[in-house]
Design a protein around this ligand. Structure first.
Ligand SMILES: [Zn+2]
Ligand SMILES: [Zn+2]
Length: 100
């Protein structure tokens, strides 16, 4: 099953409070992976522009802010629809991590 997420309505704080130079860097540190070449939204073939803030769609009140590599078009705060991610894409927490 692919994960489903939706954009966060809030504008991301920049630079990230955790000390990373960007949320893409934060994603790389959190996952210990290189950023993907293309956007993580399933079916999108644009190149990655940002580490976008998203929420898990199957989430509850404990749902916390996550980071996922997206293109500028998919990182749309006014779009609250759930969308699927490519298989295997990791969605680490946006808050400060031990690896930051
Ligand atoms: Zn960080
Ligand atoms: Zn995209």
């Amino acid at each position: 099953m692919s994960k489903q997420v939706k954009n966060s309505k809030r504008k991301a704080i920049f630079p990230p409070a955790c000390g990373c130079s960007s949320y893409l860097v934060h994603w790389e540190k959190a996952t210990k992976e290189k950023r993907p070449a293309i956007c993580s939204k399933s079916g999108c073939t644009n190149s990655v522009d940002v580490g976008a803030h998203v929420f898990n769609c199957s989430g509850t009140s404990t749902n916390s802010l996550k980071v996922v590599p997206l293109c500028n078009r998919c990182n749309n705060r006014t779009n609250q629809d759930c969308f699927k991610l490519n298989k295997g894409v990791k969605i680490p927490s946006a808050s400060k991590l031990s690896s930051c």
